[in-house]
Design a protein around this ligand. Structure first.
Ligand code: AN7
Length: 402
């Protein structure tokens, strides 16, 4: 039992309506009748985490389009904790999802919803990961997928996935924000289902990151979640997950939601500095973290609410800081992430150094995408391989030399 509700004017819509925003332009939320939801704690405590473990809290009635998403590792990272100066640090590595990013959680629900609603084509604009996930879930469902990518600004691995899994890939001469405006128009005019994170059903899948963190911490809530922010869907979704567990009496508090952007694309951070409830869009966002090269995040109003309500914050990091954090994750913990994901750890370091985050907090950083998504960035920030002759002398010299 659920319906859609506008976060601005409260107008409600039926679950059979095909729409993405309210008549008033406001964002929509999926609201359940929580009094009818009964979760069996014995089952919750024994079944392994995955998106569909929490199906009573997901808005899909048919058999979902699934390739086993979620259930990603929550690593305890003591070496990284020491480097950063916090007592207790975990990394939720969303790069370990089937397509290599957290977008799978949203797409298993979103594409399932497209099928339930009888839609014949699915579409999105994307900085890369959303398009990869849409292509793959579209393929699994047997429904055509169309993806609009900002030309020349999408990491190689993501384009490769979208192409191989059979999406129609359009390389748009414009940035992500422009591509999103265009695909929204297309989906309003044609019977094509929009699966960007403005679609509230996608966020329902992504809220399971919050459920899993609680689950993997033995039904405890961390003090703080730190994660990268682009279109600001994921921070909103994860917060909703924590709130729903609290509503159901499974937990008794929520963590401080802390969003990190890059200095070249940080409208949410600027809004938080002003305590504003909306952003001023940035025209020419630029960063090495192409996944979050976004100037006009569509979920800004929801995300700002999540940050303020949870007593969280937002901050920005430089490209150099995020590359440093990417190397720490890789070399201290064995966790390979794409540049955007490393902003979480870079931001945590900055906020601990400045005293905003206490040394005694239990923190979970969410690393949203896998290292192999963006091999070109990795090569560009790493030393070159050492080329040697195929002789034991040459190899010994190279190995023993400092
Ligand atoms: C690795 O794929 O927007 O704040 O089109 O790929 O929920 O947008 C990707 C976003 C963080 C930001 N980390 O999440 C897309 C897209 C990675 C990402 C984000 C993205 P949101």
């Amino acid at each position: 039992m659920y319906h859609l509700e506008c976060i601005e004017c409260g107008k409600t819509y039926s679950k059979t309506d095909v729409l993405y925003t309210c008549e008033c332009g406001g964002l929509l939320d999926v609201i359940y009748d929580y009094s009818t939801i009964k979760l069996d704690m014995d089952v919750l405590k024994t079944v392994c985490p995955s998106v569909w473990k929490y199906k009573e809290l997901l808005p899909i009635e048919q058999e979902p389009v699934s390739i086993q998403e979620g259930g990603t590792p929550l690593y305890k990272c003591d070496r990284l904790a020491e480097k950063i100066g916090v007592r207790s640090l975990y990394v939720k590595h969303e790069g370990m999802n089937p397509t290599g990013s957290f977008k799978d959680r949203g797409m298993t629900v979103g594409v399932s919803k497209a099928i339930e609603l009888g839609m014949k084509t699915v579409a999105c604009a994307s900085t890369g990961n959303t398009s990869a996930a849409l292509a793959i879930y579209g393929a699994k469902a047997g429904i055509p997928a169309v993806v609009l990518l900002p030309e020349g600004k999408v990491a190689l691995g993501k384009v490769a996935q979208a192409l191989m899994h059979g999406a129609k890939v359009l390389s748009v001469r414009g940035n992500f924000d422009e591509a999103l405006d265009l695909v929204r128009k297309l989906c309003d005019e044609e019977r094509i289902y929009l699966l960007n994170s403005i679609n509230p059903y996608r966020l329902e899948g992504q809220k399971t990151i919050g459920f899993e963190i609680v689950d993997q911490l033995g039904f405890n809530v961390p003090d703080r979640i730190v994660l990268p922010v682009g279109n600001a869907g994921n921070i909103t979704a994860i917060y909703k997950g924590f709130k729903e567990f609290m509503k159901l009496g499974i937990t008794d508090r929520v963590p401080k939601m802390t969003g990190i952007q890059t200095e070249g694309a940080c409208p949410i951070v600027k809004a938080v500095r002003e305590r504003a409830d909306d952003i001023i869009p940035e025209k020419d966002p630029e960063t090495i973290a192409t996944a979050i090269r976004i100037g006009n995040p569509v979920n800004a109003r929801k995300a700002l609410k999540a940050i303020y309500e949870s007593d969280g914050t937002a901050d920005s990091v430089t490209d150099d800081e995020l590359v440093q954090a990417q190397k720490w994750l890789a070399q201290l913990e064995g966790i390979g992430v794409e540049p955007a994901s490393a902003t979480s750890v870079a931001g945590l370091k900055k906020l601990v150094d400045s005293g905003v985050i206490g040394h005694d907090e239990t923190v979970v950083c969410v690393t949203t995408g896998h290292l192999l998504k963006d091999p070109e960035e990795v090569i560009s920030v790493s030393a070159e391989p050492i080329v040697v002759d195929a002789t034991i002398e040459a190899i010994r010299k190279a190995v023993l030399e400092n």
